[in-house]
Design a protein. Structure first.
Length: 227
């Protein structure tokens, strides 16, 4: 579903961003780290299954991954291997920002629209991976998996974001890239724009208020009232 810009009948009073796959280009790194775990064991990563884990906290996703592929090592050992693979895939570099991320942040700032981040990653990860971009202080706050009991697709993180912003959820627009994040945002009562990438199942985005091709799409800026 790709509504026309007039679908944004109420300008946002705040925008809440997901992080991985939305602001920073990391979903491919996560997938390659998982692929390497399986390749060492003669197994093949299933993209459709991996997509069902996107947007969920590692503490929820990893047990499902282990069960799916019947891995016999302790969960902690698999978690450590995943982290090593993630760092190896990065090969000393930092994940780049997604196209249009910096410009969208700037545009929202010029229109004095408050911004926050609500991610399924941990605070330590956010500081390590996103912190070096020097953009964290452009957001009112960052909520992580450390701040919630239930991760996406549960609405807790987006409900908490709206509460911290002092706004009703309906006044908040969430930007997401995953189906689990979309479901969390809508369950919290927020409007949600999905910016899909190659790993996002496009057939499962029907409840999105807008599907935009990128963060620098003029249609998205118009929908947000920042064109």
């Amino acid at each position: 579903m790709t509504p026309t810009p007039t679908a944004a009948s109420r300008p946002p009073r705040a925008v809440v961003f997901d992080l991985d796959g939305l602001l920073i280009d990391t979903e491919g790194v996560f997938a390659e780290a998982a692929r390497r775990i399986l390749a060492r064991r003669g197994l093949t990563l299933e993209p459709a299954f991996f997509a069902t884990m996107m947007g969920t906290p590692g503490r929820d996703a990893l047990p499902r991954f282990v069960a799916r592929y019947r891995l016999t090592e302790p969960l902690g050992a698999i978690a450590d291997e995943y982290k090593r693979n993630f760092i190896a895939v990065l090969n000393g570099s930092r994940p780049p920002l997604m196209p249009g991320a910096a410009e969208l942040i700037d545009r929202l700032g010029r229109h004095t629209i408050p911004k926050a981040i609500a991610t399924s990653s941990t605070r330590e990860y956010v500081q390590m991976i996103f912190g070096p971009h020097g953009l964290t202080d452009r957001f009112a706050f960052v909520l992580t998996s450390d701040d919630v009991t239930h991760g996406k697709p549960n609405p807790e993180v987006y409900a908490k974001a709206a509460e911290r912003l002092g706004l009703p959820p309906a006044a908040v627009i969430v930007l997401e890239d995953s189906v689990n994040g979309l479901r969390a945002a809508k369950a919290a009562g927020c409007r949600c724009v999905v910016v899909p990438h190659e790993g996002t199942p496009r057939g499962e985005l029907g409840i999105a208020d807008l599907v935009a091709p990128s963060l620098n799409a003029p249609a998205l800026w118009e929908w947000l009232g920042i064109l």
